[in-house]
Write a protein that binds this ligand. Structure first.
Ligand SMILES: Nc1ncnc2c1ncn2[C@@H]1O[C@H](COP(=O)(O)OP(=O)(O)OP(=O)(O)O)[C@@H](O)[C@H]1O
Ligand SMILES: [Mg+2]
Length: 236
């Protein structure tokens, strides 16, 4: 990102953000509520265009559909379709790579079921595959969103508080599942996280936002409790 500013009416959500993330990096995005974390992730996956400045992802424009198919997002709001059965919500991760005919047929006869069931097994939900997503708990839905990303096999993972509804054991497992396969393929992870323990265990670099600006960019090993306290104290 080069000089990325995003304004929503009178609100400046991002103010001149310069950020470069390389292959193999695991970046934690931290900062108080309203600091601009979700907006930064939305710019990175192309769903929010910058008001000014430029963004390139995986060497191309976010307008490129093939690039967007290689970017996997776990949204803060999860973006699941409650009336669908879990298998279909997981398969939504692969729609960008499928023809319209295959996507439509999949609603009748789920395509690639073994991969879907394997991903659900990894998040501990194999036995819930044919239930409606709306019948699952908040943490179970969050795990469906993670399974959706696992079947997508993206080269860049953008995760927006992906463990916010999970218990501590599942939270660690979720972060490992989000990072490890993508990093093994030479990709990168950028995750908005509030829990310092998750940041330290699953990331190498911390980028702190306050009032839409990058105010901290440091290796995790150099991060101090005072840095975090300052970040959450900062009023934009
Ligand atoms: N769609 C929108 N319309 C108007 N303002 C918005 C919109 N989305 C975000 N904002 C504003 O932009 C700023 C940054 O919001 P953003 O969602 O990026 O913060 P965040 O760091 O993700 O916060 P949280 O930790 O609460 O999720 C906030 O002031 C917010 O009110
Ligand atoms: Mg947010």
């Amino acid at each position: 990102m080069d000089g990325v500013t995003v304004r929503y009416g009178g609100t400046t959500a991002l103010a001149g953000v310069d950020l470069e993330v390389g292959p193999g990096e695991r970046v934690a995005l931290v900062g108080a509520s309203g600091a601009g974390k979700s907006t930064l992730l939305a710019v990175a996956n192309g769903s929010v265009p910058p008001t000014s400045g430029s963004v390139r992802v995986l060497g191309a424009s976010t307008a490129d559909r093939r690039v967007r198919a290689r970017v996997g997002t776990v949204h803060q709001s999860l973006e699941l379709v409650g009336r669908l059965r879990v298998v279909h919500d997981v398969n939504a991760g692969r729609l960008a790579g499928w023809s319209a005919a295959r996507a439509a047929w999949s609603l009748l006869r789920p395509q690639g079921l073994p991969e879907v069931l394997a991903a659900l097994e990894q998040v501990g939900l194999a036995d819930r595959a044919f239930e409606r997503t709306e019948q699952l708990s908040g943490g179970q839905r969050q795990r469906v969103a993670i399974a959706r990303l696992l079947v997508q096999r993206p080269d860049l993972v953008l995760a927006d508080e992906p463990a916010s509804a999970l218990d501590p054991v599942l939270a660690d497992r979720a972060l490992a599942l989000l990072g490890e396969p993508t990093l093994a393929r030479g990709g990168a992870l950028v995750a908005a996280l509030h829990d310092p323990g998750l940041v330290r265990r699953h990331c190498d670099r911390v980028v702190g936002l306050a009032g839409g600006r990058v105010v901290l960019d440091s290796p995790v090993t150099a991060l101090t409790a005072a840095d975090l306290a300052e970040l959450y104290r900062t009023v934009p």
